[in-house]
Ligand binder design. Structure first.
Ligand code: CUA
Length: 170
């Protein structure tokens, strides 16, 4: 509240220091920048948040009649695949997979012991693999080549040897 000299009335005004106002402007600009970056990553670059697909019992998931009892590729007539992967210290099953270029692959990955990671080099596929949970992500492989998939979560003494290879054939 401040006295306005002259007319004798009392006026309420919100005084914002110019320095503070600039910080407020910067905050709004940064929010817009971040929102734009997330939008571009999600819609233009195809970044996905891996979804926890379902809950499973890590003690029985790989020995039952379910898809993880026989991990590997399932091919569909439209050329797409489902790939079921079991992670355990210190390997992936399967650890060698071959598909043809242009295929869409939906990965289902689970762990039977501790937390692992599943990252396919030079792609957007990168998931946490938590025992008791199935992580799911879909990716289309247009470029032929050899893609290593590695464990990105320290899981014990031979963590660095935990990897496999996805081959995309022409
Ligand atoms: Cu599995 Cu590191």
């Amino acid at each position: 509240m401040s006295e306005v000299p002259g007319d004798g009335s009392v006026q309420t005004s919100l005084h914002i220091d110019p320095y503070e106002r600039n910080w407020m402007r910067l905050t709004v600009v940064l929010l817009v920048v971040f929102a734009t970056a997330v939008t571009i990553a999600g819609f233009a670059l195809g970044f996905q948040v891996p979804s926890p697909e379902e809950r499973v019992d890590p003690n029985t998931v790989a020995i039952g009649d379910g898809p993880f009892g026989e991990p590997g590729l399932r091919a569909y007539p439209d050329g797409s695949y489902d790939l079921y992967v079991v992670a355990q210290m210190f390997s992936f099953a399967p650890n060698e997979v071959t598909i043809s270029a242009g295929s869409e692959v939906t990965f289902y990955v689970t762990s039977v012991d501790v937390q692992h990671g599943f990252k396919i080099q030079n792609t957007n596929v990168n998931m946490q693999i938590v025992p008791g949970q199935v992580s799911k992500l879909t990716m289309t492989f247009d470029e032929p080549g050899t893609y290593d998939f590695i464990c990105t979560e320290y899981c014990g003494s031979a963590h660095a040897q935990m990897y496999g290879t996805l081959t995309v054939e022409k």
